[in-house]
Ligand binder design. Structure first.
Ligand SMILES: *Cc1c(COP(=O)(O)O)cnc(C)c1O
Length: 485
């Protein structure tokens, strides 16, 4: 199973070797057999690694060096906002006053932590123009589902049981149609026009008395701001539907535009993206939901509120959709986001969006010389290129992505969005320097030359990584998730 040059920890060491030493036993030995039922006693020793402390250290240090993260290099993975996560966030998250709390403590004894969460809710409400926020949802996708369940509860409270359809543009993030289905609605797709924006005529055609909501990713996955968003809001509201704003990409618009001002009823944010929660590798996220005053009664309960100068969890919310997450969301990630917002300030967050958009446009304009740019207006935080010119030479977008690894770059998101052939979606974020952007462009242009002169070099990439090209289909269809000899 393992790579012979890099044995698993189970395959290292020698039988009987340990990395601990216990003091001599100075209490009476207990006979387990007489104390416990047979059913509770294992008859064979667990198959644990038998290695020394130094072997463990070297093994995991070597593994960590194979890792690639924002702290090691440029990571322009589109729609993921892989910006630098300031280390002051980590310092604050480790304060004893936060890290040593127990979630079952009496709220009266943790007023400081609750004040932090309450302030975060209020800051997010201000930043998005919404009435109220809940920090419960643990990820963007869960925020989406929570939002849709609230919209359903709202319609049902109005006796409106026939609103079973949610309109989703084909330029939406992939989680949007998935959340719609999981929440029990039918997906109705609305088309994108030749500008890469929602086609208003098509929207008018699909919106009717069965429409529960329009779910909009804005800026959309092409990195474009929906310029006719007010008209869209009007069309949907006029038909009695509600408006859901996928705000995972808030990085592009902070301090410039607010979903609440555009007429949106529900929004979710990804604190692990825009607000510097470390992410990637499936760690904890945070996808708070914000609502208008009309939707507020349906927010998950309990809701963190402030009454008579005290912070408390309000459970007396009869219209609430209920709890969506144990406790009150991922506290550590929310705390990092709070630290980020407080260190940046309102002006700082506005600058973040300016630089995020500037960096993306700079990269886009330099790369369009060699790569096809299907939608050529200015972009927001990200943009999408097409590898169709290179494909004619036999070099596919996947090959380009793999070749970038040889140049020590994390590749952009590939083959998404689906409406662009051989798509490459790049999001540089605001935290990269011009020199870094230029060296990425140099690598991309060099690869485009290689595609012309030596396509095999690109087709067979990567050449300089510990593991060469993977069989991704087998990895997805037959994953081996546990070790066996
Ligand atoms: C990342 C993202 C999501 C999903 O967020 P998760 O936290 O990964 O569930 C949803 N919408 C958009 C636009 C995103 O970029």
């Amino acid at each position: 199973m393992a790579n012979k040059d890099f044995p698993l920890i189970f395959e290292r060491g020698q039988e009987g070797r340990t990395s601990y030493s216990f003091p001599d036993l100075d209490v009476p030995e207990l006979d387990l057999d007489s104390e416990f039922d047979d059913a509770y006693i294992r008859t064979e020793a667990p198959d644990l690694p038998e290695v020394s402390e130094l072997e463990i250290m070297r093994h995991y240090t070597a593994l960590s060096k194979r890792n690639y993260g924002v702290d090691s290099g440029f990571y322009p993975l589109g729609s993921c906002t892989m910006k630098y996560n300031p280390k002051i966030n980590e310092d604050v998250a480790r304060f004893d006053g936060f890290s040593q709390l127990h979630p079952h403590q009496d709220p009266k004894s943790v007023q400081g932590a609750m004040e932090m969460m309450y302030d975060l809710q209020t800051s997010l409400a201000e930043l998005t123009g919404m009435h109220e926020f809940s920090l419960q949802p643990a990820a963007g996708a869960q925020g989406e589902w929570t939002g849709l369940m609230m919209i359903r509860a709202f319609h049902e409270a109005n006796g409106d049981y026939n609103r079973t359809k949610v309109v989703v543009p084909d330029s939406a993030h992939g989680t949007n149609p998935a959340s719609v289905s999981v929440a029990g609605f039918d997906v109705v797709t609305v088309k994108t026009n030749d500008q890469g924006l929602v086609d208003l005529e098509d929207l008018k055609r699909v919106v009717n008395e069965e429409t529960a909501a329009l779910m909009l990713t804005n800026p959309n996955t092409l990195g474009l701001f929906e310029t006719e968003i007010l008209e869209m809001a009007e069309i949907v509201h006029h038909a009695g539907g509600r408006l859901y704003y996928d705000g995972a990409n808030l990085n592009a618009i902070m301090g410039y535009a607010r979903p609440g001002d555009m007429g949106f009823d529900v929004v979710h944010l990804n604190l692990h993206k825009t607000f510097t929660g470390p992410h990637g590798g499936g760690g904890p996220g945070s996808g708070p939901v914000g609502v208008s005053s009309e939707i507020a009664p349906y927010l998950p309960k309990p809701l963190l509120v402030k009454k008579d100068g005290q912070y408390m969890f309000d459970d007396d919310r009869p219209l609430s959709i209920g709890r969506v997450k144990p406790y009150y969301g991922n506290f550590g990630i929310n705390l990092r986001a709070y630290t980020y917002i407080r260190t940046m300030g309102a002006e700082g967050l506005k600058k973040v969006s300016e630089y995020a958009v500037l960096n993306a446009n700079y990269l886009m304009r330099r790369l369009e010389k060699e790569y096809v740019l299907p939608y050529s207006q200015h972009c927001k935080h990200e943009f999408v290129l097409s590898g169709k010119k290179q494909k004619k030479l036999g070099v596919r977008t996947l090959d380009i992505a793999k070749r970038l690894l040889d140049y020590d770059f994390h590749p952009p998101t590939i083959y998404f969005p689906l409406n662009v052939e051989e798509a490459m979606m790049a999001e540089p974020t605001e935290t990269e320097s011009k020199e870094m952007l230029d060296s990425f462009v140099d690598a991309m242009l060099a690869i485009s030359e290689e595609a012309k002169d030596n396509p095999e070099l690109v087709q067979e990439a990567p050449h300089h990584t510990p593991v060469k090209r993977m069989d991704e289909t087998t990895a997805a269809r037959k994953p081996v998730l546990r070790y066996s000899k």
